[in-house]
Write a protein that binds this ligand. Sequence first.
Ligand code: DAH
Length: 340
Amino acid sequence: MSDTDLIGALRVLEREALAAVSGATDEAALETVRVTYLGRTEGSISKVLRGLGALPTGARPAVGQEANRVKIAVSEALKVRGLALAPQTRGSAEDLTLPSRGPWRGGLHPITQAVDEIWHIFRDMGFARARGPEADTEWYNFEALNTPLDHPAADEQDTLYLVDSVLLRSHTSPVQVRTMEAYEPPIRIIAPGWVYRRDTYDATHTPAFMQIEGLVVDEGVSFVDFKATLAEFARRYWGPDTRVRFRPSFFPFTEPSAEVDVKRVITKPDGTRVETDWLEVMGAGMVDPAVLENVGYDSERYTGWAFGMGPARIAMLKHGVDDLRTFFENDMRFLAQFSS
Ligand code: DAH
């Protein structure tokens, strides 16, 4: 048979099968219809599907697609008719005294909650919210941030390139550059957003994750201002007894650079108060004058500080979650604990 004949034959089979399905008046009759058309060995539709291999290669896709469609249509009809013919026992088992299940209540994802809490603390201190594109150029992601393209971070091993010099941003720091290009100082912004890296999905890495960038630029902004603001943030977020420590570090876009650690005081179930270990929560530093010059700011007149932190990590610390993947698996038993 040619492929058009076969397709025609399939449609005839489909019509017959559907008529037989609606004609079946009990479950036994319906089972006979199922075996006749879809039975594994003798079913007439199954036979066509099995015969596909013998067709010339060119004819296979069209016939295969049609045979599959017919198979699904007939299976669905069998299922629906099966439900209608099934003995109606469940209705009588209804127990009207059972309490209702209550409405299903959604909630914000724990990472979204962390982002909101963090952003709101900075908002109360006078910061505005900024955003930038997730697909950006090498210029914004690296070069404008004083990071040469031969820096390891710019390597294709670490960064997801789209085409040529366009990539998925590997951090939220490009929003610093875009904001400074668009506005004159004073600048005081918080920029939460998704970032992407070529990382293997494991307990502490995901190829897509959230970051929150902060940037302040003005005349007379100093390291003291930076330390005081971050210490105030830490006390508001982790509690009034939280201590903050700045460790020297290196980022191409800040000079000097620091890693910021916090030590919290937590109250144990028996009421005793204990200090936690030092926990690293962000990278930060004074904006490198080269970055200010790249956006056309006068680096003699303006100074600034910046930070970048990972809210997922912060949410992990806060809720005692030890595997990052739990946040992304959408298991309702986990997520429901965070809805209020
Ligand atoms: N962009 C850095 C990263 O992804 C984090 C960072 C460090 C941001 C220091 C900053 C900063 O703004 O000043 O690892």
